[in-house]
Ligand binder design. Structure first.
Ligand code: COA
Length: 371
């Protein structure tokens, strides 16, 4: 890390330890992701998002948990109805969380109940916006359904089949938490000022909206459409790499091994009815891509990342691609809010220094320098 005036300096804070956490371990070198010590693949196979969220919030493993979507208050619905139809779903979600915070009178420090409330409200708000922009009325929550299933129900007005509900729940587990990424760090910075949970989550949604963070599983879908068939895949990908383009759904800043989230979601996608043809092609294209990376980029480990199979799951449950990033945000609510509580529990205002590179002290034009 370069030093300036004897102090370490890292633009983007890359490589800087900026805190401690006991929520998740992201081990990029070995392709491991643990939530409070439990491997992500085990959690996806054997638990629900409601259990995982409780685990992240409290540190305790609940043998049972139920987290249905929550009804929207008048303030949130009024705010959503006032938005133009062409607003981005991320903007709508951020607006809903903000409107909720304005009437919820949240105390500091943040609590598990506050975390449950905002995590349960967010899917209802996103589903309501998705319907309002189509000229449809919002659907009230079904209190018997878990969060992911409840979200699908409120989007379509129909109870989802078991396989779709399970697949989206698994996607929510995989997206729940991932260390000190930009949106989580944003939430912690806001919490560190003793601001409230709604402000922290609204700020985190704003950070996740940026294309460098929010990811783009929808681009994986368009890439597979462009490739068209397995027979064309090798030629298409060789040409793309030769032009210096990126294959979507491959490579990662942290993981130097197969992304464990991709492995977990691949299993889920393979179990989904109605995905067979699309998935068969995705698996075949993945194999060809991995072989090409070994041949063409031998010095770099480039493996499948989470977006590749996230695309399969999200497409498989019938979500429109423009809801992919905001659906990821719904899943991440558990992680954001767990980090807010952890930050508040051992709070230190996050306030780094900055190196001044502007002009030296000088008088205002036309004003004599002070003596
Ligand atoms: N397709 C083709 N080449 C890739 C690649 C991909 N998906 N990912 C990395 N590379 C290559 C780069 O071209 C570069 O090669 P070069 O040294 O010959 O120029 C080398 O690997 C290093 O690239 P760099 O951008 O420094 O790696 P990174 O680890 O910082 O990149 C990503 C991480 C995610 C930005 C990058 O892998 C990427 O753009 N992936 C595609 C988009 C995607 O799937 N995003 C979702 C991430 S969860």
């Amino acid at each position: 890390m370069p030093a300036v005036d004897g102090r370490p300096y890292s633009p983007g804070l890359e490589g800087v330890l900026a805190g401690e956490t006991s929520i998740a371990l992201v081990d990029g070198q070995n392709g491991r992701l643990l939530y409070r010590g439990y491997p992500i693949v085990e959690l996806v196979r054997n638990s629900t998002y409601a259990q995982v969220a409780e685990l992240l919030w409290t540190g305790e493993w609940p043998s049972e948990a139920h987290l249905p979507t929550a009804p929207l208050s008048g303030a949130v619905l009024t705010a959503l109805r006032a938005l133009p139809n062409e607003s981005s779903p991320m903007d709508a979600l951020r607006t809903a969380v903000s409107a909720w915070g304005a009437s919820a009178r949240l105390s500091w420090p943040p609590t598990p109940d506050q975390a449950r409330d905002v995590t349960a409200l967010a899917p209802s708000a996103l589903a309501a916006f998705a319907r309002l922009r189509q000229g449809l009325e919002p659907v009230d929550p079904d209190p018997d359904l878990e969060l992911a299933a409840g979200f699908l129900y409120q989007l379509t007005g129909e109870t989802p089949d078991e396989a779709s509900a399970r697949a989206l729940d698994a996607y929510f587990i995989v997206g729940a938490e991932h260390g000190f990424n930009a949106s989580t760090f944003t939430a912690r910075v806001i919490t560190s000022t003793r601001s409230d949970l709604a402000s922290a989550v609204a700020g985190a949604i704003g950070a996740l909206k940026g294309p460098l963070h929010g990811g783009a599983p929808s681009e994986v879908v368009s890439q597979l459409h462009e490739i068209g068939s397995v027979e064309h895949a090798e030629r298409w990908m060789r040409d793309a790499i030769a032009r210096g383009e990126r294959l979507m759904g491959f490579g990662h800043r942290v993981y130097r091994a197969y992304d464990p989230r991709a492995a977990a979601l691949r299993e889920v996608a393979e179990g989904m009815a109605g995905m067979a043809d699309w998935l068969k092609m995705a698996v075949a294209v993945e194999d060809i891509a991995l072989r090409l990376f070994e041949e063409l980029k031998p010095d770099r480990v480039i493996k499948t990342n989470v977006e590749y199979y996230a695309a399969a799951v999200l497409q498989g449950v019938g979500l429109p691609p423009d809801l992919f990033p905001s659906t990821f945000a719904l899943a991440r609510h558990a992680g954001w809010t767990a980090h807010c509580m952890e930050q508040a529990g051992a709070n230190r205002l996050i306030r780094p220094d900055v190196r001044y590179v502007g002009p030296p002290e000088r008088p205002l034009p036309g004003v004599a320098a002070a003596v």
